[in-house]
Design a protein around this ligand. Sequence first.
Ligand code: KIV
Ligand code: ZN
Length: 388
Amino acid sequence: MKKIVIFDTTLRDGEQVPGCKLNTKEKVELALHLEKLGVDVIEAGFPISSPGDFASVEEISKAVKEAVICGLSRAVKKDIEVAAQALKHAKRPRIHTGIGTSDYHIKGKFNSTQEDILERAVQCVKWARNFTDNVEFYAEDAGRTDNEYLARVIEKVIAAGATTVNIPDTTGYCLPHQYGEKIAYLVNNVPNIDKAVISCHCHNDLGLATANSIAGIIAGAGQIECTINGLGERAGNTSLEEVVMIIKQHKHLGFTTGIDTKMLNPLSRIVSDTMRMPVQPNKAIVGSNAFSHSSGIHQDGFLKDAQTYEIINPVDVGADSSKIILTARSGRSALAYRFQNLGFSFDRNDVDVLYERFLAVADSKKEVTDDDLNEMAKVYSQKEKVIA
Ligand code: KIV
Ligand code: ZN
């Protein structure tokens, strides 16, 4: 099994979400949770961006004992120096530096040339190496960068001392096979690629961040950059819980992670509460409906054998047990199950009669609750008594 390095950027890319800003105390608390979760690298912030972010990176560096602490910088000497300063207490510091490599960035943002950007990429890595031997280089917008040029940049930054090379699909543009082919191209065309770990950093603009990251590791990448609940710029980043569970559920891929999956749901809630950013109910792994069954066909199958409609045991991801939700699409077995859970022992004939009443209630509201069931049972039992 190849261990995939889990690089969490909830506190950096995730915190860039409007309204998700965290103070230093909140960031340190979340960093300690992330360390307990088992992430290998915590990107703690962008130290030059504000005094508050500098302080957060500094305090996280003091508090965290095991995980690598990473600080972001642009390919600018001052940024790198400030990142190194913020990381000086870290047991295992990493400087993450880089520059845009697509024509959009080279021409539009920098009004520059490929050769100039290549030189700046090499210089920033060399400069960062003065402070730590753990340097990650990002080729921003690598997703839309020409592969031949990208390979030249990656070869040169590895020669300059980069130990991880990040291939971000910054705009979430790539299709999974394209992103996988990009990583494979680097594996096959960068002569010194074995000297560095390739990292996938995918955004979710087309809903493909998770698929692209998995395509990336299948093609040879060794690190995934991700966030709890998929938080991040615009439509977000690769969701940590999704890639970790894909790796766990598809063992035949030959990958493993150091994540304690039982912490996924509890930590998702902590991040959501701290960042005041609700999780969509249908979110994979951590959404409130991720283990809810509401249609009759599914409920019947699930009640006979949970695996019929569930590929993950909720216990494995620290979620509440699976729920049988009663709606107008539910069937008799779900109704009987819910009555049983409330302590009623109705036989088949009772359930047949109650089911007609249930459908009338269910058609008039979105969900039939325990209170509705108790009321139905009360009315039914009273009628029975009168008849008897
Ligand atoms: O999406 C991106 O390209 C980034 C880099 C700064 C790593 O977040
Ligand atoms: Zn990003």
